[in-house]
Design a binder for this molecule. Sequence first.
Ligand SMILES: *Cc1c(COP(=O)(O)O)cnc(C)c1O
Length: 366
Amino acid sequence: MSAPAPRPGILDISPYVGGEAHAPGVDRLIRLASNEGALGPSPRAVEAYRNAAAEVHRYPDGHSTALRDGLARLYGLDSARIVCGTGSDELLGLLTRSYAGPGDEVLYSTHGFLMYPISAKSVGATPVAAPETGLKADVDALLAHVTERTKIVFIANPNNPTGSFLTTDEMRRLHAGLPEHVVLVIDAAYAEYVDRPDYTAGAELVEEFANVVMTRTFSKIYALGGLRLGWAYCPPAIADVLNRVRGPFNVSSASQIAGVAAVEDQEFIERSRLHNDTWREWLAARLTELGLTVHPSIANFLLVSFANAASDGNQAAEAARQFLKSRGILVRQMGGYGLPHCLRISIGTEEEMRAVADAVAAFLKG
Ligand SMILES: *Cc1c(COP(=O)(O)O)cnc(C)c1O
């Protein structure tokens, strides 16, 4: 008997592989493979999550009202345009399902986030990757790859895994070159780490244009990845579409309650951002001194190239990863992103940063 056949495209998907979380025979793990906020979540969010246990027999608020209101207040947004989801992954998937299907194209840049081609294939659409220049999305290349079949353009800004970003002007130029029927999805998962005048997470573009969506997550600086919580800021018609296709109670009550508390604790977020600035620069300088190439990053991770560290950079990166793992330090391999000569290292605590720098130095000494 043969198994029932799924829809076209599904079996072309290579399942997403998350960062490693285990190393055999090691008691103390240093986990730098998934960009989870270095300081963990706000203690207030954890306390709120614990307190939520008393009410788990109740269905959640299907509109995530308190959370949307909290986000709207904090960022000066219109709560009616916010749609919450179980991680931004859910929202990226719902956007793809709503606006693309068989025969359509979903455009992203070569080293863009792997969930974009996965989302496209899951609805039978064709993922199209535009080349990058210097490991950064190239606006002209993206626009050159737009066809009448293009339905969605996904841009992570800043991008994972490269850490590069499009400036506000570049993002506006990309938008200006797109036909009106194409949805531009700005995935700003790392926006809270960025504090620079030439960067925008995209909220004002959402308010200005009918075809721009910004997605955000609680998995990175808020360090609540285990709760699966994200949100999208949308033009009203797109918010309406997402509210039709999402599950009626998609976000759990505990996640909503923890999310509200996390949003209220901006002092913690500010501390997390400053910590990240300090230790990202420290680690970048240390690894550069060791002879590695560290790509400039404005997020909470570094993309580190081993191409100049050995005659075979791919082999060196993999050997380094194994060496770190044997010392209980987990970092991300980049073969799936077409960067097998690189490793991606999340910014962790001071102790973790010193440990990873020492371990890389020991590896390079042989
Ligand atoms: C981590 C990450 C996300 C977040 O996904 P969640 O489903 O919210 O955990 C989204 N986009 C990019 C580019 C990321 O790196």
